[in-house]
Design a protein around this ligand. Structure first.
Ligand code: GLA
Length: 398
């Protein structure tokens, strides 16, 4: 009995350290790049190294993007001891060497697996190997795990994700845990403390407005599914409306701006999904807009609410630190939205926050034009293209 107490104490301390580690992860929405949206199964060590270099050389890393994540198809089997094996033809130097390369550029390294016995592309999943896989990822130096839900074989989602969450925490390595269960069992209701982000919908596709027969969704279709989820997001636990399609063909320039703006309003993870090696300047200027990223990364972590819904025209509001606010005017119609928006018309009350423009004057800064407009004492001129937005940041004038 004499030895029992110290062992128990050690265990209690170890659990506490792990809990603290995971609580400190993703205090703002994760930012990075993921291979899936543009490259699908065509992943290799060459591609990942080139993308790592491009992340640094393009200015993306300076803008805040730091996770380089390989999605499905890097894995081909298990050895006789059950260890997961990377494709030796596509990753000849092995995953540890690749993680070291990404780390040597000051970035973080992520991989993908699945709670089922197979991944969505029918590679080996982690079911039955959760703790062994987690230990392997930690040994490689993995910093981020995206964990999918194909071939779930009737498992309970919360239990399946908690098992991998526990396995990651048991390694002692801080690994951001990205739950990719497509919102089917409402993970926002159970996943805080289990994962750092959770997908809220089926897969994004590079369309403005589309619901594909297999479930794929366009940008506005995903936005519509986020409206009621604002209360679940916060530091360390984010709603994930899926990775970015900015820069992948299919969206116009204005639609790319709408996509990026609304993801920032939603406090969404910003995982670029395009080819960073040869980005046109207009794409780079969207992905690296520091004022929009600052709204996404605001430390309060409050997701935007839909404040006004007039069908074709919507106004979204996000409360920011220091009593600042972000407004996004979303024009869903096929024709420009021209109006003088009178700030004095409505006050906003939301939870313990409020903004009363009749009492307090705010400066109005256009984050895309990157210029100050007149204050909230005068109406703001909206002239928003079809499928476009106007996004502004408001600060109190003292
Ligand atoms: C699912 C996920 C996608 C991607 C693919 C890979 O569809 O939702 O984001 O990871 O699997 O097969």
């Amino acid at each position: 009995m004499k030895n029992f107490r110290p062992i128990f104490l050690f265990f209690a301390i170890a659990v506490q350290v792990n809990a603290q580690t995971s609580d400190k992860l993703a205090l703002t929405p994760p930012m990075g790049w993921n291979s899936w949206n543009n490259f699908g199964c065509d992943v290799s060590e060459k591609l990942i190294k080139e993308m790592t270099d491009a992340m640094v050389n393009s200015g993306m890393s300076t803008a805040g993007y730091n996770y380089v994540v390989i999605d499905d198809c890097w894995q081909v089997g298990r050895d006789s001891a059950g260890n997961i094996l990377a494709d030796p033809n596509r990753f000849p130097s092995g995953m540890k060497a690749l993680a070291d390369y990404v780390h040597s550029k000051g970035l973080k390294f992520g991989v993908y697996s699945c709670a089922g016995s197979l991944t969505c592309q029918e590679r080996p999943g982690s079911r039955g190997y959760q703790f062994q896989d987690a230990r392997q990822y930690a040994a490689w130096g993995v910093d981020y795990l995206k964990y999918d839900w194909c071939y779930d074989e009737g498992q309970n989602a919360k239990a399946a994700y908690k098992t991998m969450s526990d396995a990651l925490k048991a390694t002692g390595r801080p690994i951001v845990f990205s739950i990719c269960e497509w919102g089917e069992s409402k993970p926002w209701e159970w996943a805080t403390g289990i994962g750092n982000l959770w997908r809220t919908t089926a897969d994004i596709r590079n369309y403005y407005n589309a619901e594909l027969n297999w479930g794929g969704l366009g940008i506005v279709n995903i936005i519509d599914k986020q409206v009621d989820l604002w209360s679940y997001a916060g530091p360390g636990h984010w709603n994930d409306p899926d990775m970015l399609e900015v820069g992948n063909k299919g969206l116009t320039h204005d639609e790319n701006i709408t996509h990026f703006s609304m993801w920032a309003m939603l406090a969404a993870p910003l995982m670029a999904g395009n080819d960073l090696r040869n980005m046109p300047d207009e794409v780079k200027s969207i992905l690296t807009n520091k004022d929009v990223i600052a709204i996404d990364q605001d430390s309060l972590g409050l997701q935007a609410i839909k404040f006004i819904d007039l069908g074709d025209h919507e106004v979204w509001v996000r409360f920011l630190k220091n009593d600042e606010l972000a407004f996004c005017f979303l024009n869903r119609s096929e024709i420009p939205w021209k109006e003088k928006y009178d700030w004095q018309r409505q006050s906003i009350y939301h939870e313990d926050k409020s903004a009363r423009f009749t009492k307090t004057e705010y400066s109005v800064y256009d984050v895309w034009a990157q210029k100050n407009l007149s204050s909230t004492n005068t109406p703001t001129e909206l002239n928003i293209p079809a499928h476009g937005v106007m996004m502004v940041r408001l600060s109190k004038i003292h």
